[in-house]
Ligand binder design. Sequence first.
Ligand code: UDP
Length: 232
Amino acid sequence: MEKLYEGKAKEVYSTEKSNEYIIRYKDDATAGNGEKKATIAGKGELNLAITTAIFEMLEEKGIKTHYIETLNNRDMRVKKVTILPLEVIVRNISAGSFAKRFGVEEGIVFSKPTFELSYKNDELGDPLMCEDHAIALGLVTKAEYDFLKDTTLEINELLKKFFEQINLKLVDFKIEYGKTDDGEIILADEISPDTCRLWDKDTNKKFDKDIFRRDLGDLIEGYKEVLNRMRG
Ligand code: UDP
């Protein structure tokens, strides 16, 4: 295996198969575009287990993902894709950068989910981007944009139900898509408490990366609780 890429939370390796990669989940955590950094033992393993269960659920519901199989407590075998430089974000409840940008409190329940894109570019601070901008820059075609929006809102409905069953509110989440060599766009990256905001349905206690971003306590305890609830 040759390491092809190292990101903030994961490493990507080539495999014996030219159309498959292995993704290794790391214990590193970053926030604020890399301004805050830590290594949190056990985080990679928890995010891998949570992402595995979510990708398996989504595949069962007909969403195409890069997931093939999880090999051990660190590594996931995936289809090789080229990641689109877009952070695709859905919000059901105000929080984070939305609350900050518009000067509103967190916790406003929206009558309809919001769909937004950011340009994945650390140097520029991942700027918010609208449909026309993504098309103008040649990142997606109009048809691809429509596919991303429809698929993402469908994923939101599936995830909302999934988390509701374990007494968690899906506040917002970020996903990434990739393109296969055949030009097909499929869900890639991860779906975990690093990339979703999850609040307890009754108490609004946070079970996501805000524990780290805002120093709210033990992140591992929070992520373990999510996985335990998922495992019933
Ligand atoms: N998010 C992410 N990676 C990013 C930016 C955001 O996973 O680089 C997730 C974040 O965890 C939250 C959602 O996307 O669930 C919306 O994040 P927001 O725009 O509020 O940004 P934040 O203030 O959390 O950086």
